[in-house]
Design a protein around this ligand. Structure first.
Ligand code: PFF
Length: 453
């Protein structure tokens, strides 16, 4: 049911605004926190190469499909599938997406809260007081075990998302991304120069850019694919939702290329900030999830102007987390506005409160609830695992099958080519081939290997 007209739903003010907002969704903790540590753990350059292939062959076609579905229907993921194939089980993909948005934001908000805390802790200097990553790691460990502090910053992060999303698409999300995204790119660029000019930085560049093909195995491919989905915000309808606020005159193919390029460039740039610094300081690249929170503060502490760099870096991490958090929230909010007829002003706080409550056990997973384990994992890791490793790839696989076999690539072409945008014949055909065959088969194989491994 579509209860609000397009104008009331909201719309992007320009193509650039849309690209920045979609890039804001894509560029997040996945790029800055996750990408470098999994590159570090999985052999550097070789992993980067496999990741790039996943982005191009699987990520980009699904993103174009999601944008197209959104713009065609002007609806949230549930409404979008329902409008194209009314009263069919395909609507389930939409529900899975809304559920994924719920679950991902519940733990994403916790890590978002950590980034807020680290901005404050770099300003007070407390994160920079250590000369070894081990001590910095212990400091991080005791911080994430502190119930009061973790919940306080978690609530602050969710509050920031509420403040932006409640203002709507044009006034809130777009304005925030217009300012925050260019800031993020500029800060990263400065940090890269700082990092590359450290003594011994080139060793890190070599680790990062020189592929060692011996390191590529099924596991590396699995991780790279999951990362491509998470990083590009695919498989849960975030890009359907953002596409639904886009006007018919924009060229979807070029928007897709820009967003994919931007997300990938930022991830690559982050590697160029982190690995040169890590090697220059003689630290280990395979440090795991603590890389950003425990290794980097040691790196910052040991370099000239370190405190300033640390403050800037954690502000950047917080910005990236917010522009992604708001897209996760918007998926759920758009569902309640379009399908349930809620007012935005009511939907945003109510939904955020529920997501925050669901996130509390994730927040406590490294402290009070550290011993509560299911399938050998704490609550946080379970939610992350279900949403990122199952819901997103299944959602992506079903979306690819839906658009190419149920909706039909002919209809998709009609939508993409609206308003005389004459897409390049070669690109159009390659995209069709990828989304029909390669994308579903590749995800299917990877997913089956993952489940039965
Ligand atoms: N792409 C975001 C990141 O890299 O941090 C995370 C994310 C946002 C995933 C929105 C999925 C999503 F729908």
């Amino acid at each position: 049911m579509k209860t609000e007209s397009n104008n009331q739903r909201g719309a992007w003010g320009s193509r650039l605004a849309f690209i920045l907002a979609a890039s804001g969704s894509a560029v997040g903790l996945g790029n800055i926190w996750k990408f470098p540590y999994i590159v570090g753990e999985n052999g550097g350059g070789a992993f980067v190469l496999v990741y790039l292939v996943c982005v191009l062959v699987i990520g980009a076609p699904i993103m174009l499909a999601e944008f197209t579905l959104g713009r065609k229907t002007n609806l949230n993921p549930v409404g979008a599938f329902d409008q194209i194939k009314p009263k069919s089980p395909w609507i389930g993909i939409g529900f899975m997406g809304v559920l994924a948005g719920f679950l991902i934001l519940s733990f994403y908000g916790v890590v978002g809260g950590w980034t807020f805390a680290y901005v404050v802790k770099s300003i007070t200097g407390s994160v920079l007081a250590f000369s070894s990553p081990k001590e910095a790691g212990e400091f991080f460990g005791s911080f994430i075990a502190n119930t009061g502090e973790v919940l306080f910053y978690h609530a602050l992060f969710m509050g920031a998302c509420v403040g932006i999303v409640i203002r709507g698409v044009h006034g809130g999300i777009e304005k925030a991304c217009n300012i925050l995204m260019p800031m993020l790119a500029a800060i990263l660029f400065l940090l890269m120069i700082r990092s590359l000019t450290l003594d011994g930085a080139m060793e890190g560049v070599a680790f990062y850019l020189r592929p060692d093909f011996g390191k590529i195995n099924t596991n590396v491919v699995l991780i790279a694919l999951g990362q491509a989905f998470f990083s590009l915000s695919l498989g849960m309808g975030a890009m359907i939702t953002y596409g639904s606020y886009l006007s018919d005159k924009e060229d979807l193919t070029s928007c897709t290329l820009y967003v994919v390029m931007f997300d990938t460039l930022i991830a690559l740039l982050v590697g160029m900030v982190i690995f040169p610094a890590v090697f220059a300081m003689g630290l280990e690249p395979a440090e795991g999830p603590g890389l950003v929170f425990s290794v980097l503060p040691t790196v910052f502490a040991g370099m000239p102007l370190g405190q300033g760099v640390a403050i800037i870096f954690f502000i950047l991490l917080a910005i990236a987390a917010i522009t992604s958090g708001i897209s996760l929230l918007e998926v759920v909010v758009a569902y309640f506005i379009d399908q349930r007829g809620w007012e935005r002003k009511r939907a945003v706080p109510v939904i955020s409160l529920i997501i925050f409550a669901l996130g509390v056990p994730s927040g406590l997973s490294f402290g009070m609830m550290a011993d509560v384990k299911l399938f050998g994992m704490n609550f946080f890791d379970n939610v992350d695992n279900i949403a990122s490793n199952y819901l997103l790839p299944i959602g992506g696989l079903l979306t690819a099958i839906f658009v190419s076999w149920v909706w039909g690539t002919k209809n998709i072409h009609l939508e993409i080519e609206k308003h005389d945008n004459k897409p390049n014949f070669f690109w159009a055909r390659s995209w069709e081939f990828l989304i029909r065959y390669i994308t579903p088969i590749a995800i299917g194989i990877v997913f089956i290997t993952k489940v039965f491994r």
